[in-house]
Design a protein around this ligand. Structure first.
Ligand SMILES: Nc1ncnc2c1ncn2[C@@H]1O[C@H](COP(=O)(O)OP(=O)(O)OP(=O)(O)O)[C@@H](O)[C@H]1O
Ligand SMILES: [Mg+2]
Length: 350
């Protein structure tokens, strides 16, 4: 190869690398997700945001070393992390522990920080260049709880910096707008029905008019239904995730009927809160065209969720003209994808 050719090849390589740069990271109460570019497509990785303590013995450690199970050893204890933590918990008839609660680092979980750090490391590869931009999702300030998200945001910032990234925070439901509403000038409402929270953002030409969260969502449904029917929350969660159909009208089991009641309650609660916040917004944008509402997050996955949401919204008389109400193209990946859109836009400017 001549020197010119060599130079040309390396220039191409740099350009190619630049196209791949940027990561979108979604650190949620239930899952940690990462989106990255690979060629023309986006690749996603995810992992349960959970861990489980197993008794330390040399034998157990050896077994874990010979398996694909991720674990950490800390002060004479072994912790299995991620998806496997739930399997272990089920085998031992216990609950897995969770580093996040209601959308933020759990204030009562003593091992939260090392677990989150490990989980982030396990799904976010090393940066392709030092200082690669990684946008990471943070919840909006909660309307119904007495905490803020500053500590959470700064800790995650620290972990990503340690990995070699230039981290930037993005609001969870704003990310949904970046991911789904490019054809509508990034104007509309993004809703993320997650595990610990529902996040809401009204955006006008990509600028958030308001954003907030409420601390009821999938976990809350599990707990309420569990109390109502005297079951464990993890059993309810398993039923909900495997077979709930919100279109089903007759012949509901007592679990389905309780799930349906709490889904109604959650949707009403979210819409009433959006109405309240909209009423209180001082400089309301004059949006003439009907806007779209995008539904995302794991709790929006059951069949019939969008229809149920539409029905309740029309009953509650929404103050804005609404055009389409639809599911995000990939409801559980939307936040990570939107964060990647933001990261790519910044990388292109560099
Ligand atoms: N098929 C399903 N049907 C109903 N609920 C589901 C389904 N799959 C997952 N879920 C629920 O979705 C929730 C997790 O959703 P998601 O991954 O969007 O949350 P998260 O981003 O980790 O949490 P958050 O945004 O609240 O911090 C859990 O409550 C889980 O039980
Ligand atoms: Mg989420």
């Amino acid at each position: 190869m001549t020197t010119t050719k060599k130079r040309f090849a390396s220039k191409e390589k740099i350009a190619e690398k630049k196209i791949m740069q940027g990561k979108g990271v979604d650190i949620g109460t239930a899952f940690v997700k990462c989106a990255a570019r690979k060629g023309d497509s986006i690749i996603f990785r995810n992992q349960r945001n959970a861990f489980f303590e197993v008794e330390f013995t040399d034998f157990t450690k050896k077994m874990l070393d010979n398996s694909v199970v991720r674990y950490i050893q800390k002060e004479g204890k072994l912790y299995v992390v991620g998806d496997e933590a739930l399997k272990f918990a089920n085998i031992f008839h216990k609950e897995a522990r969770r580093p996040l609660s209601r959308g933020i680092i759990s204030p009562t979980e003593s091992e939260a920080l090392p677990m989150i750090e490990l989980l982030i490391k396990s799904i976010v590869d090393k940066p392709s260049i030092e200082g690669e931009i990684a946008y990471y999702s943070v919840p909006g300030e909660p309307l119904d709880a007495d905490f803020n998200v500053i500590y959470h945001e700064k800790i995650l910032h620290g972990f990503l910096t340690k990995l070699g990234y230039t981290p930037k925070a993005i609001n969870e439901s704003h990310a949904i707008i970046l991911s789904e509403l490019a054809d509508e000038d990034f104007t509309g409402i993004g809703l993320s029905f997650g595990g610990g929270m529902v996040n809401v953002c009204l955006s006008y030409i990509s600028v958030p008019i308001f954003k907030f969260s409420v601390t009821k969502s999938g976990d809350w449904i599990d707990q309420q239904v569990a109390m109502a029917v005297n079951e464990t929350a993890s059993r309810i969660s398993a039923i909900k995730e495997s077979s709930l159909d919100l279109n089903k009208g007759d012949g509901l089991t007592k679990f389905e009927s309780a799930l349906s009641i709490y889904y109604n309650h959650l949707i009403e609660y979210v819409i009433e809160n959006i109405k309240d916040v909209f009423e209180k917004t001082e400089k309301k944008p004059r949006i003439d065209k009907p806007i779209s509402i995008i539904l995302a997050g794991g709790t929006s996955l059951p069949k019939g969720f969008a229809d149920r949401f539409k029905r309740i919204l029309y009953q509650l008389k929404f103050p804005l003209k609404i055009g389409s109400i639809r599911m995000a193209s990939q409801p559980v990946r939307s936040v990570a994808k939107g964060a990647l859109v933001a990261a790519r836009a910044d990388e292109e400017k560099r």
